[in-house]
Design a protein around this ligand. Sequence first.
Ligand SMILES: Nc1ncnc2c1ncn2[C@@H]1O[C@H](COP(=O)(O)OP(=O)(O)OP(=O)(O)O)[C@@H](O)[C@H]1O
Ligand SMILES: [Mg+2]
Length: 347
Amino acid sequence: MAMIEARGLTKAYRSKSGPVHALTGLDLTVPEGTVKALLGPNGSGKTTTVKMLTTLERPDEGSAAIAGIDVLADPQAVRRTIGVSGQYAAVDENLTGFENLDMIGRLYHLGAKVSRDRARELIDVFDLTAAGDRPVKGFSGGMRRRIDLAGALVTNPRVLFLDEPTTGLDPRSRLALWEIITSLVAGGTTVLLTTQYLEEADRLADDISVIDEGRVIAEGTADQLKAQVGGHRLVVALVDEARAAQALEILGRHGDGHPVLGTDGRQVEVAVTDGPTALQRSLADLGAAGIELHDAGMRRPTLDDVFLQLTGRKAVEDADDDDPAAPTDKKKTKHKTTNDTTEEARR
Ligand SMILES: Nc1ncnc2c1ncn2[C@@H]1O[C@H](COP(=O)(O)OP(=O)(O)OP(=O)(O)O)[C@@H](O)[C@H]1O
Ligand SMILES: [Mg+2]
């Protein structure tokens, strides 16, 4: 069963300069016991989506259900089913970490003993033992984040919404949170999290929805998304930028996509599926052509690469095509971008 289901969510906010279209027809389906990552840049509509699904705000159009419960028809029942950790920690500054968690338990009628035990347990899990009995106003940013995340777990919700849960956490806390999420999901919890990091989505999510301008522009596993931009990127840094056009030609021969020249005029890269072979052959040909390199290697695609690929097409469509979903346009744009770059390099 889908634990989270959204169809055609639309939301516009009013602003002085006119309406801001935060959501423009967003669809989501998250099966029970899985993790969905909403991946998108600043302002793409991630927080707005979380607000709609967690009954904090109402969409202008569209529908959503959590565990089969309609969020518009029965928001109370939805609230009893979910846990939410917003992008900005919502904690009572004057209470200690322990008191914050204990209070949540009591507000949800867990009873005094259960609330206390659960608060202690979560303080431990989130590694806040030393700070748990201090008022939150003395907490660091990362500590606040952790106490807020713990708050979302007090009631053992079946569905958990985490808005950029690891932003601001140090690497150790981030790993710890990833482990907590993994074990919750193993126990059957359904999680929707937002993130700006492909790596995080990669590590945690069963399925990723890439969102931009308020709607889903791509969906799939991390591997599927990366495959769209090529499995790996082969990158070489040239000593002499005058050789860029030749290097582009050589990488183009061994890569899968169209090679791109970096803004510095020296870095040439191309998407590859069989990375090691492409690297060996490119280096051999670059060497034979007498092109000197500062650096050469492979890297995994980043969110930037995914975006460049997915949203790069938009600029073209805005001008001469009004169907942003048309898959054939992807190639068209890619050619355009690449040819432009290549032309520049040749000049
Ligand atoms: N209360 C509001 N009033 C006016 N505009 C808003 C409001 N909330 C969000 N927006 C606008 O809606 C768009 C989507 O915002 P949203 O907060 O959902 O983005 P986001 O993907 O969460 O971004 P970030 O990565 O920065 O958290 C943005 O253009 C934002 O400025
Ligand atoms: Mg946000």
